[in-house]
Design a protein around this ligand. Structure first.
Ligand code: GLU
Length: 309
């Protein structure tokens, strides 16, 4: 797919203005106290394409915690280290239609979590790695997938979530009580918190989107990080489950495999291939960055990036 450079530049410029205007109607997450300190007006947007060309707008260098965007990295790691069959014998791949931290269906409808993009599914997926992969290896993998050696654990966010994350602990122990969790619940949920606390930028999330859009190969270094099959699986699950309980509407309106997090991040694996990364901590009621979603609606519509265009 070839996109006219000037047109792409114009559309991204418009999208930035649209996003900036939308940010003021959202609210930063405050259930993890450290996240409440973010500037609700902050907005950054970065595009990286397969030739290494980029467009950069606003707060692209600001570090913030990946939160649920890390679920993409966790899934990629589980597929890499445990394989497809093993991974999906422990977690399903169905949209839940419930909020990210819901416990409801897990207790009433199924022993296995619905998908790896909700908390229960991510905690379950992490449990496949807790005893098998060192944190240093996971960090190394995250840095490569995001082309960002500056990624570290934001210790303040980690501590804040550690102090307040009892609902996630409840999920861990519920999974254990059902006999499905693959490792110790305490160590697993701590690792889940650590992954959520990885400090990324809009730029790192653009690289993550690009590598997935490019079938798992980093087009700039040439290194394969994710198998083609796994990249397709990850993008499919991002498409159906990546935007919380707004995933259906986003699929229709934007139609680009994407994953958001309550820290305000959004990664998008778009045609081109190109990756688009956002930082906009003011969220809508679903937990998605208000500015980023509005900007992506414009970008996808104008550049015909919907997977079914
Ligand atoms: N660490 C957050 C939590 O578990 C992640 C939520 C999110 O970004 O959706 O509550």
């Amino acid at each position: 797919m070839t996109l006219d450079k000037e047109n792409v530049k114009r559309v991204f410029g418009e999208a930035y203005d649209i996003g900036l205007a939308a940010a003021s109607s959202g609210a930063v997450a405050d259930y993890i106290p450290e996240l409440a300190k973010a500037d609700p007006k902050a907005f950054g947007m970065y595009m990286l394409d397969k030739n290494g060309e980029s467009l950069s707008f606003g707060d692209v260098g600001v570090r913030f915690s990946a939160q649920s965007v890390s679920k993409v990295i966790v899934l990629a790691a589980a597929l890499k280290f445990k394989g497809f069959d093993e991974t999906f014998s422990h977690v399903m791949m169905e949209p839940s239609g419930d909020s990210f931290n819901s416990i409801l269906k897990l207790d009433t409808r199924s022993n296995l979590p619905f998908n790896p993009m909700i908390n229960a599914g991510a905690i379950q997926t992490v449990s496949l790695l807790t005893d098998e992969v060192s944190f240093a290896d996971l960090m190394d993998f995250a840095r490569k997938l995001c082309r960002d050696d500056g990624i570290t654990v934001d210790e303040r966010v980690f501590r804040s979530e550690f102090m307040t994350g009892d609902r996630n602990r409840a999920i861990g122990y519920l999974l254990k009580s059902k006999g499905v969790l693959q490792s110790d619940p305490k160590r697993t949920v701590d690792l889940y918190f650590r992954m959520c606390s990885l400090s990324v930028t809009a730029k790192s999330l653009a690289a993550l989107g690009l590598i997935l859009a490019n079938g798992g190969v980093d087009p700039i270094s040439g290194e394969r990080l994710v198998s083609e099959d796994h990249a397709r699986t990850i993008k499919s699950i991002m498409f159906t489950c990546g935007m919380y309980d707004y995933s259906g509407k986003y699929g229709v309106r934007v139609g680009v495999p994407s994953k958001s997090g309550v820290g305000g991040g959004l990664t998008c694996a778009a045609k081109g291939p190109m990756g688009i990364g956002f930082y906009g901590p003011a969220l809508d009621k679903f937990g998605n960055s208000k500015a980023a979603v509005k900007a992506m609606e414009h970008i996808s519509r104008e550049l015909k990036l919907h997977v079914f265009d």
